[in-house]
Ligand binder design. Structure first.
Ligand SMILES: Nc1ncnc2c1ncn2[C@@H]1O[C@H](COP(=O)(O)OP(=O)(O)OP(=O)(O)O)[C@@H](O)[C@H]1O
Ligand SMILES: O=C(CO)[C@H](O)[C@H](O)COP(=O)(O)O
Length: 228
């Protein structure tokens, strides 16, 4: 399995290319990437190595990228960086639900798979399952909607409201050039997995994960105590 730092150029249909310098490293196996941190590596010639990844689909077809990671492992942070490289600021749908999890930029729409929770917060508590449990997610709807978007058909996607813990009325999602589905389970269901042109897993060690959690907790505590 090849391993190299992510000084990566990706090109889509040879018309769009991105360059994302990062300290994160990845290993490449077929078209699946596993990101992780490691010590600095250099090529045999002494310089940093680089890797070019190409992902393409038919001109009229939406390219679908799946980004999987556990909660709090940097999916949003990674996506913000990725979408900004594709162009334009990523923003929630204009005039829509202020608690929408969707981000739209010039070429890219990022859908959060939390929106396919079939059980709301109370429902999960009653059933004794977490959001990570496949039984708490509607994979049939996820498949139907990702398939429709990939085929150029708009969908009314549900919204899981992280503020209230409830399922809100759906929002209209139009097919973008690049569709990113990010969340706990973009690769769990075989039908959804087969729709992915490119998949990414952020594999964050517990040590780093806990450090980030502490960072967030300290930040929120400071705000709550008025030191923000
Ligand atoms: N590469 C990074 N370096 C340092 N901190 C990071 C990095 N990526 C994410 N973080 C921090 O980790 C925290 C969680 O990141 P983020 O919100 O992107 O994760 P998430 O997977 O989208 O979370 P959730 O599942 O709750 O939606 C944030 O405070 C963010 O600043
Ligand atoms: O972010 C998550 C998974 O990706 C959350 O863990 C899950 O959606 C449950 O959300 P909440 O704790 O707001 O009810």
């Amino acid at each position: 399995m090849a391993v190299c730092p992510v000084y990566t150029t990706q090109s889509l249909n040879s018309t769009c290319s991105i360059s994302t310098p990062s300290k994160t490293h990845f290993s490449s196996h077929h078209n699946h990437l596993v990101f992780y941190r490691t010590s600095k590596r250099t090529s045999k010639r002494g310089g940093s190595s680089s890797c070019v990844i190409t992902c393409s689909a038919g001109d009229s077809q939406t390219v679908v990228i799946g980004l999987a990671a556990d909660s709090g492992c940097g999916k949003s942070t990674f996506m913000r960086r990725l979408t900004s490289v594709f162009g334009g600021a990523a923003e929630p749908p204009k005039g829509g639900n202020p608690d929408s999890n969707t981000l739209i930029s010039d070429m890219t729409t990022v859908i959060c798979l939390d929106d396919y929770h079939s059980l709301d917060r109370t429902g999960r508590k009653e059933k004794g399952v977490t959001a990570l449990d496949p039984r708490a997610n509607d994979f049939d709807l996820m498949y139907e909607q990702v398939k429709a978007l990939k085929s150029g058909i708009a969908v009314d996607k549900p919204i899981y409201n992280h503020v209230s813990g409830l399922l809100d009325p759906p929002e209209l999602i139009k097919p973008p050039k690049i569709l990113v589905i990010e969340g706990l389970h973009p690769m769990f269901d075989e039908r959804v997995r087969d729709l992915l042109d490119f998949s990414i897993y952020l594999d964050i060690s517990n040590e780093v994960k806990f450090a980030w959690k502490i960072q967030v907790t300290n930040f929120l505590t400071n705000i709550a105590e008025g030191h923000g």
